[in-house]
Write a protein that binds this ligand. Structure first.
Ligand SMILES: Cc1cc2nc3c(=O)[nH]c(=O)nc-3n(C[C@H](O)[C@H](O)[C@H](O)COP(=O)(O)OP(=O)(O)OC[C@H]3O[C@@H](n4cnc5c(N)ncnc54)[C@H](O)[C@@H]3O)c2cc1C
Length: 417
């Protein structure tokens, strides 16, 4: 392979692909190597029934008003559900406990509890402190379980493992679904970018001039390398560095573990939700685990059951049937036992053991929110980093990964001239 390449991009997820586009714009040469058989990484859609798509990874254009994939979708003529972007807004959030909907008074008390939690988080950050969410909230409240479930879904870890500074730094706005899949949208946008698939990077040697990247298909040399792999992959040392990474970079990797959010998509053979059924349901039972359920996704006969943190890692280990049964029980607790007869298919994700990510997305440990900047910092003007874990305010999102790829490509351009 050529020794004249400016940049080797590792990973063809949103970050690697946006870096490739930006490098092309900047007039630099690059090659993209992707270990798996497809592009998109954690942006990936599967067809659960003809014409009905399920996103195993990202599904909402978070911060919808400023999300760059909004205009990209418009330009490509891809349908996105701006009118459905209020799924997590008050009024769409409903709470079910022990198989029954909370009364209006209880629902109000529950929302008040959640507000108190958010106020405690904001106050902590205003004081310039960083602690875990668990340190700040009343864990004995009867409304703590749905809040903790929701947080584990949002952050991919449990409340004792999540930095409040990191959480408060994540952006707000609408959450826009994509009718035919966010993964498909990313794949459409990336059409034409040359990617060497099934090319796994084993090691990066930056001991001499430039970099030498060893893959399962041979060695590639270039002036610089850009890693966009998940922190799960970096923390597990799936890519060896020679010389080893400096301590400050290892601290950054370890401060931002890749947690787990899993989803089960249930397809029904008829409309079990009714005309007013669309919403996001927090369900929990005394002595049992709960979940968040998005019902009637974009008006289709689908429910997506979300679980995060330690419980979902445990459930994943129980196997696909256990994940399916759990999800059906959750939806039955809200919509009644009759729905069981109408389940026609399911897809269950297993992100904690997904070999190309080893988790779903990053979350800062308490006291470690500052590590995102350190993770983004290059080493010796030769080894660069991008990806969802390397950005503040848009962290752990697909568009955050996209923005981080552009940032890294511009840094490389500034370095190489
Ligand atoms: C369940 C779930 C739900 C989510 N929901 C949302 C959502 O609704 N909205 C949102 O915006 N975001 C969401 N996200 C997060 C979003 O999907 C990710 O933040 C984003 O897609 C990450 O992009 P990336 O480019 O940083 O990493 P990736 O997409 O992981 O890309 C990295 C690439 O590197 C490759 N790779 C790994 N190791 C090697 C190696 N050794 N050699 C070569 N290649 C390698 C991988 O195969 C992968 O393709 C969700 C994620 C999950 C898992």
């Amino acid at each position: 392979m050529s020794t004249e390449i400016d940049v080797i991009i590792i990973g063809a997820g949103a970050a690697g692909l946006s870096a490739a586009k930006e490098l092309m714009k900047q007039g630099l040469s690059y090659t993209v190597v992707e270990g798996s058989h497809r592009i998109g990484g954690r942006a990936y859609s599967e067809e659960i029934a003809p014409g009905v798509w399920f996103d195993l990874g990202c599904s909402y254009l978070h911060q919808g008003e400023v999300n760059p994939f909004g205009p990209i979708a418009d330009e490509l003529g891809v349908v996105i559900g701006r009118e459905h972007g209020d799924i997590f807004a008050e009024g769409k959030l409903l709470f079910y406990h022990n198989g029954a909907q909370l009364s209006d008074a209880d629902q109000q008390a529950c929302m008040q509890y959640e507000q108190q939690c958010y106020d405690a988080i904001s106050a902590c950050v205003k004081r310039g402190e960083d602690s875990s969410i668990a340190d700040l909230i009343n864990l004995e409240s009867p409304y703590a379980p749905p809040f903790m479930n929701g947080m584990a879904g949002l952050t991919s870890v449990d409340v004792d493992q999540c930095s409040v500074a990191d959480l408060s730094d994540s952006g707000h706005g609408s959450d826009i679904p994509v009718l035919n899949g966010y993964g498909n949208l990313v794949a459409r946008w990336a059409e034409g970018i040359p990617v060497s698939l099934n090319t796994k990077v084993e090691s990066i040697d930056w001991s001499g001039k430039g970099v030498s990247v060893e893959t399962n298909k041979g060695t590639i040399k270039a002036r610089t390398v850009l890693s966009t792999v998940s922190n799960g992959i970096l923390a597990a040392n799936h890519i060896r560095f020679n010389p080893g990474l400096p301590d400050w970079k290892i601290d950054a990797i370890n401060g931002l573990p890749t947690g787990t959010l899993n989803k089960t998509c249930l397809l029904f053979d008829k409309d079990i939700f009714g005309p007013d059924g669309r919403g996001f349901y927090h369900n929990w039972a005394d002595g049992g685990e709960g979940s968040g359920i998005e019902a009637s996704v974009m008006g289709q006969n689908l429910a997506i059951v979300f679980t995060g943190g330690r419980h979902t890692v445990w459930l994943e280990k129980q196997g696909q049937q256990a994940g399916h049964d759990f999800a059906v029980d959750q939806v039955a607790a809200v919509f009644g036992n009759d729905i069981r007869k109408s389940v026609s298919k399911s897809i269950i994700t297993a992100w904690s053991t997904e070999p190309w990510t080893l988790g779903s997305y990053s979350c800062a440990l308490p006291g470690q929110a500052h590590q995102r900047k350190e993770l983004a910092r290059s080493i010796d003007d030769r080894v660069f980093f991008a990806g969802e874990a390397t950005i503040n305010q848009h962290q752990a999102t697909c568009h955050g990964a996209y923005l981080s790829g552009i940032r890294a490509a511009q840094e490389i351009k500034a370095t190489l001239g």
